[in-house]
Design a protein around this ligand. Structure first.
Ligand code: MG
Length: 281
């Protein structure tokens, strides 16, 4: 594969706090179980302190334990069916087409756009959200469902640090999760260079992904809930974890939209320049 084949731009998003205000469980499973989110997360925190367990595995275990206690059957279909309760930040639903159109026009149809989610939340819920069709792929934590169809065990756990594995899967074009990501692949053979990526996240849990993306020449963006403090994002910016930060308003003309287009201009120009140089042999 020559440089000129690297004509894909990947926009990669965290989900909770980035595309949607709160953790997805707070709109779905927790109300279904009649549990107050603050109580649940505080219990998870105590359990982590008591057991030294990993946060994500602990919350996944405690969620199906609570479902058992409450005699609520949680299967794959039920999780998917609860997904429409998950709201988005302003402009999210129109964002994807807007980005696709911009890149298409700006590159004379020479560059393809892909959107990805990498989330510690639940794949089964994300499969049911209305924007699911906008994504080339979604990487998220998953439950194992037993022979009764009940969620009884974590099947895949994505934490803040393991998120970075999926950036490399996108980078190397190894999105089949049964395939190992670790074998060496020369940079020139990787279909989506980090330079062509923008990673969107909302806080400290995104630091490993932001750092890996930027250290490899890519871009990252920090967002915060409009009306809430911009301080955490400002800190990420000062520490050079992100290229810029903005309120999580995805509508046309917002700071987030406008600044994203500026980064895209830079990525598009660099891909087109490389294509031009490649014709020189
Ligand atoms: Mg988040």
């Amino acid at each position: 594969m020559t440089m000129s084949n690297k004509n894909i731009i990947a926009l990669i998003y965290d989900f909770d706090g980035t595309l949607s205000p709160l953790p997805m469980q707070e709109y779905t499973v927790l109300p279904e179980l009649g549990i107050k989110p603050a109580d649940f997360w505080s219990d998870v925190g105590k359990e982590v302190q008591a057991t030294g367990g990993e946060d994500i595995i602990t919350y996944m275990r405690m969620m199906y334990e609570r479902a058992e206690e409450k005699k609520v059957h949680i299967d794959r279909d039920k999780l998917k069916a609860m997904a429409p309760m998950v709201p988005y930040f302003e402009g999210v639903e129109d964002w994807f087409a807007s980005m696709n159109d911009y890149i298409k026009k700006r590159s004379n149809d020479k560059i393809e756009t892909r959107h990805y989610i990498i989330s510690s939340g639940l794949r089964e819920i994300l499969e049911g959200v209305s924007i699911y069709k906008e994504f080339h792929n979604i990487f998220a934590s998953e439950y194992f469902f037993d022979h009764h169809g009940r969620a009884t065990y974590p099947n895949r756990v994505i934490t803040d640090t393991t998120k970075t594995q999926y950036l490399f899967r996108i980078n190397k074009g190894v999105e089949d999760l049964t395939k190992s990501i670790n074998s060496h692949m020369p940079m020139k053979d990787r279909p989506i260079p980090f330079e062509n990526m923008i990673y969107y996240g909302d806080g400290l849990t995104d630091v490993p992904s932001m750092a890996v993306t930027r250290a490899n020449g890519g871009h990252s963006v920090a967002v915060y809930t409009p009306g809430k403090s911009e301080k955490p994002c400002q800190t990420l910016f000062k520490e050079k974890r992100c290229d810029f930060f903005a309120p999580a308003d995805y509508s046309k003309g917002s700071d987030l939209h406008r600044r994203t287009l500026l980064i895209l201009d830079k990525i598009i120009a660099s891909i087109l320049l490389q294509k031009e140089l490649d014709t020189l042999g």
